[in-house]
Each structure stands twice: as structure tokens, then as C-alpha cells.
Write a protein that binds this ligand. Structure first.
Ligand SMILES: Cc1cc2nc3c(=O)[nH]c(=O)nc-3n(C[C@H](O)[C@H](O)[C@H](O)COP(=O)(O)O)c2cc1C
Length: 146
């Protein structure tokens, strides 16, 4: 089975989470393709050819916003047809902000509005992944690989 992951990361926390997820998936024999959202992939191109899709983002803005690095992809997702697609959302954030991991909630709502099935509960991580977060990412990998 295969998973495509699109991510954005400014200071490395989300990238680290993606690398942990990628390694866990590969340890389970999965094929994984990782795409930096800043490379500008189209929605139709991303959601093609894999069994599972993962969106990974940090949260920006005082009240929680989708960061600039992935906002074009987010905007293009609005109204896309994701029926039949299995999607999981992960993100890193900071609980000192009023809306922790807001971008995770925004993406989760958008992809389900577009008809996608959530492949697993979303994973929200406080800053850089600690042992607990690593365990949750490994659990996500197991769910995606099942
Ligand atoms: C300007 C700014 C605004 C932020 N706003 C939020 C927010 O609303 N909610 C949240 O959970 N985290 C917020 N954060 C924290 C980041 O999401 C967090 O540090 C994240 O782990 C950064 O990910 P990265 O290292 O992949 O860039 C904000 C950080 C910055 C710099």
C-alpha cells in the first residue's frame, strides 16, 4: 500500500513529525511519497495514485490560520471532489495560542466537506514531537497500513 504526504513547515517541527510518520510507514512496508507544499503540487495531482493521503501543517496567525506555505493548496481544495479518498490530517502547534492546531481542524473540515473519508483521527502535536507524539504517529502509521 502507498501513502502520499503533503506538508508545510517553517521551523522544522512539522517536518520532523512527517519524517517520523514516513519512517514508521516504511518500517511497515508501505511506499511513501513526501511533497513539500511549497513546491506547488495541484490538488488533482496530489490526490491520485495512492491508497492514503496525509496533510501535515503547522498553525499560523494569532487566532489560528493555515500557513502561507500551504494556503494555495488549501484554497484549491475548496470544492474539490475527494469522494473515495482516505485522508488523515496531522499538525504541530503551540497550546499557548487560543486555537491549538487550528490548521488541522480547518483541513479536517475541508476534506470531509469535499467527501473524503478520514483514514484515522487527526494527530495534533505540541511543537517538536516528544515520545508521546512519536507513539501517536506510529499508531497512525499502523492504522494507515492496516
Ligand atoms: C506567528 C505564529 C502564529 C502561530 N499561531 C498558532 C496558532 O494559532 N495555533 C497553534 O496551535 N500554534 C500556533 N503557532 C505555533 C506553531 O504552529 C508551532 O510553533 C509549530 O510547531 C511550528 O511548526 P513548524 O516548526 O513546522 O514550522 C504560531 C506560531 C507563529 C510563529
Amino acid at each position: 500500500m502507498s501513502t502520499k504526504i503533503i506538508y508545510t513547515s517553517a521551523t522544522g517541527n512539522t517536518k520532523e513529525a512527517v519524517e517520523i510518520l514516513q519512517e514508521a510507514l516504511e518500517d511497515l512496508g508501505q511506499d511513501v511519497e513526501v511533497i513539500d507544499a511549497e513546491d506547488g503540487v495541484e490538488v488533482d495531482e496530489f490526490f491520485d495514485g495512492a491508497d492514503n493521503y496525509v496533510i501535515a501543517s503547522w498553525s499560523d496567525g494569532a487566532n489560528g490560520e493555515v500557513p502561507g506555505g500551504i494556503v494555495d493548496f488549501y484554497d484549491d481544495l475548496d470544492g474539490a471532489d475527494l469522494s473515495g479518498k482516505k485522508v488523515a490530517v496531522i499538525g504541530t502547534g503551540d497550546t499557548s495560542y487560543p486555537h491549538f492546531c487550528a490548521a488541522v481542524d480547518f483541513f479536517e473540515k475541508l476534506v470531509t466537506d469535499d467527501g473524503a473519508e478520514l483514514a484515522a483521527p487527526s494527530v495534533k502535536i505540541e511543537l517538536a514531537p516528544d515520545d508521546d507524539a512519536i507513539a501517536r504517529l506510529k499508531d497512525l502509521a499502523k492504522t494507515l497500513a492496516a
